[in-house]
Design a protein around this ligand. Structure first.
Ligand SMILES: Cc1cc2nc3c(=O)[nH]c(=O)nc-3n(C[C@H](O)[C@H](O)[C@H](O)COP(=O)(O)OP(=O)(O)OC[C@H]3O[C@@H](n4cnc5c(N)ncnc54)[C@H](O)[C@@H]3O)c2cc1C
Length: 353
């Protein structure tokens, strides 16, 4: 990370660019195989290592989104892909094939994936796909795309080779608060062979959901990294900046928010490791991973608020990296679906929907 300091990430954020150089360096270091079994060319180092990688990138002022995507999205292929699809994992592990995007969300149905309007219709020994997707991150940079569409029997998942499908796919950038390279994506009359299907027809959402615990843990780790970056910067500022002839960190109005946020970051981190422990023991880690994501994203949000106080006006100057991290923290704070999951599955309250 010393070669890719916070200023490198600030420039990418300003120019809304993909971290190409950093991506290549991570590929060279062999990190993209972290969650891929050795039999398919990965290192199988495991979810604990993956979580430390994304945490550390964010903790040093980076944005792990692209790295997280390349490490974790291919987990769908590991768990549910055909042997022909798994044969591509080795190239993904080497970073030579970008597998960065899942296209599931649609503008009307939003969080309700049971109401997808996109369609997959049988034609010959393949399918014709039509879709309008919203908020799709990194679609302009990926070479493989996981696309969720509705077939006669329900949501069905396809692995699309973007270069082969390019005449039927249109991607339009959506300006957003963060550099997630988010787009709307349109698929028009794309024919794909049945071999492009991942998992059984109607099982597409289930295929994605099998990886949700891990994705939540990685989101928690990213949030903890963001929070610790903000805490480190704030402590430095609180100790070194003097007003009224004393360090600003001597004021309780500056100290206590930092101490409160620190307590929550540490608690969220313990929950993240507990979720990892459960995952390692073979449990689905559904409840623990949901709690880790909720606690970590909220701790980071609270930490961002405390950093605003510690930095005052300087917090809003881009050169300090606080306003960028504040924006990057927003991506993780949508937790209603997880709260609903915890209410029903853990606390056994009536199902909300
Ligand atoms: C930066 C960014 C990147 C994204 N990248 C991707 C991507 O790569 N691929 C992809 O497929 N999607 C992506 N998304 C989409 C994201 O998954 C959706 O925002 C999410 O599914 C919710 O859809 P929506 O925003 O339309 O919210 P809506 O469905 O309109 O919901 C609005 C609010 O109401 C809440 N809500 C809805 N229903 C309920 C309920 N029953 N109970 C309680 N609360 C409820 C939601 O939690 C939310 O807070 C991205 C979003 C963002 C912001």
């Amino acid at each position: 990370m010393r070669r890719y300091d916070a200023d490198y990430w600030r420039r990418l954020d300003e120019q809304k660019q993909f971290p190409s150089e950093f991506f290549d360096a991570m590929a060279e270091a062999g990190y993209f195989g972290t969650l891929i079994p050795e039999a398919y060319g990965g290192s199988d180092a495991g979810p604990e290592v993956a979580s430390v990688i994304v945490e550390e990138i964010n903790r040093q002022g980076g944005d792990a989104a692209a790295i997280n995507a390349q490490m974790a999205i291919s987990g769908v292929i590991v768990r549910s892909g055909s042997e022909a699809q798994r044969a591509r994992l080795e190239q993904i592990a080497k970073g030579k094939l970008k597998c960065l995007a899942v296209a599931a969300t649609e503008s009307d149905s939003g969080a309700d994936m049971s109401q997808l309007e996109s369609s997959a219709k049988r034609q010959g020994d393949g399918w014709v796909l039509e879709a309008k997707k919203m908020f799709i991150s990194m679609a302009e940079h990926t070479e493989l795309l996981l696309l969720l569409v509705n077939s006669e029997v329900g949501p069905t998942l396809f692995l699309i080779d973007v270069a082969e499908a390019k005449h039927h796919i249109e991607v339009r950038p959506m300006p957003m608060v963060v550099n997630r390279m988010t787009t709307s994506l349109f698929v028009d009359g794309l024919w794909v062979p049945d071999s492009a299907r991942v998992g059984a027809p109607g099982e597409g959402l289930a295929c994605l959901m099998r990886g949700f615990a891990l994705r939540r843990i990685l989101a928690a780790a990213e949030s903890i990294g963001n929070a610790r970056f903000l805490l480190d910067k704030s402590l430095e500022q609180a100790k070194s900046r003097h007003t009224f002839n004393r360090p600003i960190g001597q004021n309780q109005g500056v100290q206590y928010p930092l101490a409160q946020a620190y307590a929550k970051i540490e608690a969220a981190d313990l929950m993240r490791w507990d979720a990892l422990r459960e995952l390692r023991s073979g449990s689905d880690a559904g409840g623990r991973s949901a709690l880790a994501k909720i606690l970590a994203s909220e701790a980071a949000w609270e930490m961002a608020r405390a950093a605003l106080t510690a930095f005052g006006g300087w917090a809003l100057a881009s050169e300090m990296h606080i306003e960028r991290k504040l924006r990057e923290c927003t991506v993780f704070v949508f937790n209603n679906m997880l709260l609903s999951y915890v209410s029903h599955r853990v606390l056994e309250l009536p199902k909300a929907f």
